[in-house]
Design a protein around this ligand. Structure first.
Ligand code: ZN
Length: 250
């Protein structure tokens, strides 16, 4: 089976003691590659080194920690993206977070920063990876108005009507390895055609086990999706891997 982790955070301190072994386990599990997502300027710099070391296997998508983003940090990330634009495969995760940010003013303040990253993706002709926790519909509203490139709704957990809009826009979603526990995600997996679905771990987060999550666990997502769609794990692995290679232009 050829597997691909479409969204992980391999630069995180959770992996600092055993990163080479984690990456070897991913290869042993059948992964042909992964996209690691940096979530800030310090994370961006760490990721540059990792991607250089595992060139051709680990690819870099550059984004931010949406719920903690300041204007100053956004500017630093923007400068790094401009400087290293030919070493990244996408911009994101960027977007809106209504899970951690609850007050209306704080929510509204995220929009200009999100807009800045959208403009950057347009300028650099890069695909965009969207974080839209509890704000899926709001993020889709903005993207439909402002962006005509390729969109990946990371860890999509929106309602069915929003999943239908994502499908009609020919955008993509990723499902995490533990997606079977979430009703919206199971529904989205049935609404979107398989050609628009990617799999991710979001490791070290969202573990399907009681341990730290890591890219080798992408097999849990393959298992869940193959059961849900009544397809063989091989077919699901192949299709979702091809979708990832297509989306990230690898
Ligand atoms: Zn993430």
């Amino acid at each position: 089976m050829d597997l691909f982790d479409s969204h992980t955070h391999i630069d995180m301190p959770h992996f600092q003691n055993d990163r080479p072994r984690v990456i070897q386990r991913a290869k042993d599990a059948g992964l042909v590659g992964m996209v690691t997502c940096s979530i800030g300027s310090a994370s961006f710099r760490r990721t540059l080194g990792i991607v250089k070391k595992y060139s051709g296997f680990i690819h870099h998508s550059a984004g931010c920690s949406v719920s903690q983003l300041t204007e100053n940090e956004a500017k630093k990330i923007e400068a790094l993206i401009q400087k290293y634009s030919n070493e990244i495969v996408a911009i994101g995760e960027v977007g809106l977070d209504y899970h951690w940010i609850k007050d209306p003013v704080g929510r509204k303040n995220q929009e200009p920063l999100f807009g800045m990253f959208i403009d950057l993706a347009v300028d650099l002709e890069l695909p965009i990876v969207i974080h839209s926790r509890k704000a899926e519909t709001e993020a889709v509203n903005i993207l439909e108005q402002r962006f005509s490139g390729d969109v990946l709704m990371h860890c999509f957990d929106g309602p069915q009507e929003t999943a239908k809009r994502v499908a009609e826009n020919s955008w993509f979603i990723t499902l995490p390895a533990n997606f079977g526990k979430y009703r919206n995600r199971r529904e989205a997996a049935k609404i979107l055609p398989l050609e628009q679905i990617l799999l991710e771990t979001d490791g070290p987060y969202l573990s399907p086990t009681t341990e730290r999550n890591e890219p080798a666990n992408i097999s849990y997502g393959v298992e869940s999706l193959s059961k849900l769609l009544d397809l063989s794990p091989e077919d699901v692995a192949h299709a979702t891997t091809q979708n990832a290679l297509r989306f990230y232009k690898l």
